[in-house]
Design a protein around this ligand. Structure first.
Ligand SMILES: Nc1ncnc2c1ncn2[C@@H]1O[C@H](COP(=O)(O)OP(=O)(O)O)[C@@H](O)[C@H]1O
Ligand SMILES: [Mg+2]
Length: 243
């Protein structure tokens, strides 16, 4: 499959803290790729760098054969990157609690000008996540954590992305709800042909759900392989699967 996203030798720092050190990786079109790592490893920083929310000290990021981020300069703004087809579901969901479900989905379509298309997309989302359809007029704060996560995913899909970035979709949710969400992610990939890059502390779920996986420790990629192989890798089993 063709390469959709390529990250080459990137460094990102917060003042004196080096959050990403010489990180390289790629995501091929059609895949579900996971990045696992402990709290503080640098996972969220990587996703933010991809959408232009953190600047690179070194290296570059290429999407669909076009440079989107490079060291010490802005090639595309976050809005432009979104328009190019990359959509991020941020850690902690960042839903607008005082807005209704439907209004939150409208926010996800802020750059879509075609009103009919927005309406159609919303109905698609309500079909795909029936619980959101049933609650479309309710304030988001009345939703459970799992429902809010589904809404955050639906909001990200409103712009019809080609690459969906998910930052810990399972964080803080009960195991059955996490399974539900990962099932939806699989359908989004298989049926809607959206390429998925997901980061998770929940290594088992993430590796089971993906084709390829990367392991990050202290801002560095320390392992990269087929997810199946990572699931049976001695180091991964010991350090991330509690075996
Ligand atoms: N806005 C920030 N300012 C300063 N340090 C930060 C900021 N965001 C993250 N960090 C630090 O960068 C490192 C990586 O963080 P993060 O990317 O959030 O890791 P993860 O998502 O894997 O938990 C951590 O040491 C964290 O404390
Ligand atoms: Mg994080």
């Amino acid at each position: 499959m063709a390469e959709l996203l390529r990250i080459e030798n990137i460094d990102v720092s917060y003042g004196a803290i080096k959050a990403l050190k010489d990180v390289s990786m790629k995501v091929d079109e059609g895949d579900i790729v996971s990045l696992i790592g402990a709290n503080g490893a640098g996972k969220s920083t990587l996703l933010k760098a991809i959408v232009g929310l953190e600047h690179l000290q070194n290296g570059s990021i290429t999407y669909n054969n076009e440079p989107i981020c490079a060291a010490k300069k802005v090639i595309h703004t976050t809005d432009q990157i979104a328009k190019m087809g990359i959509s991020l579901v941020p850690e902690g969901r960042h839903v607008f609690a005082d807005m209704t479900v439907e209004e939150n989905l409208d926010m996800g379509a802020f750059m879509v000008k075609d009103k009919l298309l927005i309406a159609r997309k919303k109905e698609e989302m309500f079909d795909f996540f029936p619980i959101l359809g049933a609650r479309r007029k309710q304030k988001t704060r009345s939703l459970s954590g799992g429902e809010q996560q589904m809404m955050a995913i639906a909001r990200a899909l409103m712009s019809s992305p080609r690459l969906l970035l998910l930052d810990e979709p399972g964080l803080g949710l009960a195991p059955l709800i996490i399974q539900d969400i990962f099932h939806k992610i699989d359908l989004i990939n298989k049926e809607d042909k959206v390429t998925v890059f997901l980061v998770e502390q929940n290594a088992r779920m993430a590796l089971k759900a993906s084709n390829k996986g990367y392991v990050m420790e202290n801002g560095r990629i320390v392992l990269a392989d087929d997810s199946k192989k990572l699931l049976s890798n001695e180091k991964v089993r010991h350090a991330y699967l509690g075996e």
